[in-house]
Design a protein around this ligand. Structure first.
Ligand SMILES: Nc1ncnc2c1ncn2[C@@H]1O[C@H](COP(=O)(O)OP(=O)(O)OP(=O)(O)O)[C@@H](O)[C@H]1O
Length: 117
């Protein structure tokens, strides 16, 4: 029974990933950039520690995007009217994505710069 529930949890989590990729253009852009980064990583034969930093950066961006989308859905469920607290909450969630994205850009530049230039 327990293991069946655990299997369901995995299914729900994958449904969440599928949902965000179908509904959020930003998530699809992140996925496309991640593919490009992985291709570059194999092309330049980057080191294990460089892979770890890049994977960390990509995961952080995806996690932030997933939480941001979940918070946006919840906020819109509460009210679609202009509300100062909703604005603050959405801005904070968007800030998390921005911070993660900045970390990813800096990581990408630091890793690939020596291989390209
Ligand atoms: N109900 C609301 N009340 C006040 N401000 C809001 C409200 N809904 C959205 N906003 C403001 O508009 C911004 C964009 O919100 P929206 O829900 O449109 O996100 P989005 O454009 O889909 O963002 P993302 O590109 O991250 O998916 C928010 O960060 C917030 O500043």
């Amino acid at each position: 029974m327990k293991s069946k529930n655990r299997l369901h949890s995995f299914r729900y989590a994958f449904q969440g990933i599928f949902q965000i990729l179908m509904r959020e253009p930003n998530a699809r852009i992140h996925l496309a950039i991640s593919f490009l980064v992985v291709i570059l990583g194999f092309y330049f034969r980057i080191s294990v520690s460089e892979w770890l930093f890049l994977l960390l950066a990509m995961c952080m961006v995806f996690c932030a995007e997933i939480f941001n989308t979940a918070i946006e859905y919840l906020c819109d469920r509460i009210t679609l009217e202009q509300d100062e607290m909703i604005r603050n909450v959405k801005d904070l969630a968007a800030a998390a994505v921005l911070v993660a994205a900045l970390f990813a850009v800096i990581t990408g530049v630091l890793v690939f710069w020596p291989y390209i230039f």
